[in-house]
Design a protein around this ligand. Structure first.
Ligand SMILES: C[S@@+](CC[C@H](N)C(=O)[O-])C[C@H]1O[C@@H](n2cnc3c(N)ncnc32)[C@H](O)[C@@H]1O
Ligand SMILES: Nc1nc2[nH]cc(C(=O)O)c2c(=O)[nH]1
Ligand code: SF4
Ligand SMILES: [Mg+2]
Length: 240
């Protein structure tokens, strides 16, 4: 059986972001990304700093580890990264989790398609705004959204906003896919700060700024505005 490069398995915790925020879930974080976002809070998945922590695991080994740390206290698993959509062989884990009656969520940026997307219960696509330094390939994104829409998949778009240019990009994405539930997320530009009180004040101020501009934009009447809830509770701590 082919193996999956895993960097972290943790939980149970709450889903801190997006469409199922607050949901009790386990996390699997895969290694490797086709992007290099300037502000990535999980850069250890792709910048080489985490390479000694990568474990190649079969679907069964991932399941055993989830059960070892989560026991009977979970029924939902979120797959994030890096970009898990680089991994065709994640299908083996997804099929195993389905057999175990586990609900699945995925975090990906919308740069690659996998047929196993159709089996994800809560799928978040998070195209990247200008501040990331990345360019969105809208031909690929259009195709992904079309395939998901065709099969009535439950999915959402989530754009992280750091500045006004990012907000303009978010407007453009929402306008392009008006039928897709749309989330704005506060950008954390202080990802190495270990002072949780200070970080909390900064993130709340940025959240208020994002709420304020959204309230005054007629093109953004159907959106949801969220912070990263886990960052408010635990700061920049890893594995929560
Ligand atoms: C680490 S990424 C992994 C999944 C996938 N590569 C992606 O970007 O969607 C998970 C989520 O965290 C968000 N994120 C990463 N760095 C962030 C930061 N500094 N502030 C706010 N959100 C961030 C990403 O935009 C994405 O929505
Ligand atoms: N609690 C919690 N919620 C999250 N939602 C998305 C995360 C991610 O890094 O993909 C994440 C994470 O790392 N922790
Ligand atoms: S796409 Fe996701 S994991 Fe990759 S660099 Fe950007 S935020 Fe980080
Ligand atoms: Mg994160």
């Amino acid at each position: 059986m082919s193996k999956i490069p895993v960097l972290e398995i943790f939980g149970p915790t709450i889903q801190g972001e997006g469409m199922v925020v607050g949901r009790k879930t386990m996390f699997i974080r895969t290694a490797g990304c086709d992007y290099r976002c300037s502000w990535c809070d999980s850069a250890f998945t792709w910048d080489g700093t985490g390479k000694d922590d990568i474990v190649l695991m079969t679907a069964e080994e991932i399941w055993e580890r989830l059960y070892e740390i989560g026991g009977d206290c979970f029924d939902h698993v979120t797959i994030s990264g890096g970009n898990p959509a680089l991994l065709t062989n994640l299908i083996h884990f997804i099929e195993l989790a389905k057999k175990k009656k586990i609900q699945l969520a995925l975090e990906t940026q919308g740069s690659k398609w996998q047929d196993w997307f159709w089996q994800i219960d809560d799928l978040t696509i998070s195209p990247k705004p200008p501040s990331s330094g990345m360019n969105t390939n809208f031909t690929i994104l259009d195709d992904i959204i079309e395939r998901l829409t065709e099969k009535n998949n439950v999915f959402s778009l989530k754009v992280v906003v750091f500045n006004e240019a990012d907000y303009e990009y978010a407007k453009l994405v929402h306008k392009r896919y008006p039928q897709v539930p749309f989330y704005l997320q506060v950008g954390n530009d202080d990802i190495t700060n270990g002072n949780n009180e200070e970080l909390l004040q900064k993130l709340l101020a940025k959240y208020e700024w994002l709420i304020d501009i959204t309230m005054n934009t007629k093109e953004m009447n159907a959106v949801r505005v969220l912070p990263q809830l886990h960052a408010l509770v635990w700061g920049n701590k890893r594995g929560v």
